[in-house]
Design a protein around this ligand. Structure first.
Ligand code: ADP
Ligand code: MG
Length: 457
């Protein structure tokens, strides 16, 4: 849900910073396995695996954690820890923390309405072939709510911009003085259940039926909940019959929602369905360029390109990677370079998103020299194997931009200096050895990735 998603993002960005600030063992032991659960009223709830971890974080790292979260959020944020699977314990330990949805339901309360994210606007939405239809439909609905596209049903995998578009419609509609409500399906469900329990379903109905536009996020969570489906069905019909607009998002098309009542399913399919696909390279690049404008450091175009080429689909992930890179540069006072990006992203940046893996490259080199891959990884010392191994190192460096450490690891845990030596040797030999140059050219071409800008070893 959106509240949980923003808690996750806030916490993930914080972890990115903490990872740089803390010694690795300490980060791995205490923070790696933690999750941002919910955020409200400047209170962030973080899930931790054990009571011991909670106590440790509270006593030893609390100041640093709160400072970092506050820096990331650009706002003073209090942090609370919840031991996984022990709600009651956490409630005792942290009075006044924002209730998770489950707790809110249990306590019979309704959480605060999720606010529209001010940066989720049409202006900030980069349009490309993958989201063109969804974008066009969303702006059309904002211009003429209750018109031809009712309901508008947007669907896609995670992190591709559904919630962003929903908020953008909300902003746009509000500027025209219309009444719009953004609500997650979870919140809708909670409100409905509370209304039943407290016998004020009339109010519930009135509240929703007085809207011009209802924006309902993540409707996949309604499947299986019969009472809520019924409530939604009536609300939906009432709104639609009086010409009000309904916009719904989902992680799949209505036809793929299990256990959804047939009549509700067909209602959802009445209007316009628009899916959002994985963004292509240009769209990913444009999104990163836009995000880089607000980064604390300058991000050169080749680094934008480098990240865009390596993170294939999820835009949230794309942003996360950019954040890690700029955070590392910012905190270590270094310039943003490809070397630094490799450093910050580690495994995430080891190969191009749509290209072959380093493992495939090693196999290609081995087969070029007609020896098994294992010969490159093993200690085999004959001239053919040694030469092929050096070529593989060179390819992993030139084509995949792997740092020397990782190249060494990929080729049988050889150390960094061996790799650096090999890179130098190959470069030197290429000046005079045509066979070697041919081999490298052919292999690079056969791996069919364009050699990326290479950092110096
Ligand atoms: P979903 O709801 O589909 O899981 P979100 O709407 O939460 O995805 O989007 C994830 C992140 O990616 C958000 O920060 C959002 O602003 C950003 N984003 C998604 N699509 C675009 C786009 N086309 N242009 C700019 N930012 C985008
Ligand atoms: Mg969403």
């Amino acid at each position: 849900m959106s509240n949980d998603a923003s808690a996750q993002r806030l916490w993930e960005a914080t972890l990115g910073h903490l990872q740089l600030a803390l010694p690795r063992p300490s980060f791995d032991t205490w923070l790696r396995d933690t999750v941002g659960l919910s955020v409200a009223d400047n209170k962030l709830l973080v899930s931790v695996p054990t009571t011991f971890t909670a106590a440790w974080l509270e006593q030893r790292m609390h100041g640093l954690i709160e400072d970092t979260v506050s820096k990331v959020a650009r706002n003073s944020v209090a942090v609370y820890y919840q031991v996984r699977g022990a709600d009651s314990l956490a409630t005792q330990a942290a009075p006044g923390l924002p209730p998770t949805a489950a707790q809110a339901t249990a306590a019979g309360e309704i959480g605060p309405a999720p606010q529209l994210n001010p940066s989720y606007t049409f202006k900030n939405f980069i349009v490309g072939p993958s989201n063109q239809l969804a974008y066009a439909a969303s702006t059309a609905v904002s211009d003429a709510p209750g018109g031809a596209y009712n309901p508008l049903f947007l669907y896609s995998g995670v992190g591709l911009g559904k919630t962003h578009l929903l908020h953008a419609i909300g902003h746009q509609v509000a500027t025209r003085g219309l009444r719009a409500a953004y609500v997650t399906t979870e919140q809708f469900t909670n409100e409905y259940l509370t209304a039943i329990r407290e016998r004020h379903t009339d109010q519930f109905r009135e509240r929703y039926r007085s809207l011009d536009v209802l924006l309902l996020d993540d409707i996949q969570f309604i499947s299986g909940k019969e009472g809520t489906q019924e409530a939604f069905f009536h609300t939906f019909n009432a709104l639609r019959d009086s010409g009000q607009q309904v916009v719904i998002t989902c992680d799949r098309p209505p036809s793929a929602l299990p256990l959804l009542e047939e009549r509700l399913r067909s209602r959802l399919e009445w209007g316009l369905m628009a899916d959002i696909g994985a963004p292509d390279l240009e769209t990913r690049t444009a999104i990163l360029q836009q995000r880089a404008l607000t980064a604390p450091v300058t991000v050169p175009p080749e680094v934008i390109q480098f990240i865009a080429e390596r993170i294939p689909s999820n835009i949230r992930q794309l942003e996360g990677c950019l954040n890690r890179v700029t955070a590392l540069a910012h905190f270590t006072r270094r310039q943003v370079t490809i070397d630094l990006a490799v450093n910050a992203l580690g495994a995430a940046a080891t190969h191009q998103a749509d290209g072959p893996s380093p493992k495939a490259a090693i196999a290609a080199v081995a087969s070029y020299y007609n020896i098994p891959s294992s010969a490159l990884v093993s200690g085999r010392r004959d001239k053919t194997a040694a030469n092929a191994r050096q070529v593989a190192m060179f390819i992993l460096h030139k084509v995949f931009n792997l740092p020397a450490e990782q190249i060494g690891q990929a080729l049988g845990n050889r150390d960094r200096t061996t790799v650096l030596y090999a890179l130098k040797q190959v470069t030197k030999r290429m000046a005079t050895d045509n066979q070697l140059t041919d081999a490298i050219q052919q292999l690079s071409a056969s791996l069919s990735v364009k050699p990326a800008v290479s950092p110096d070893p």
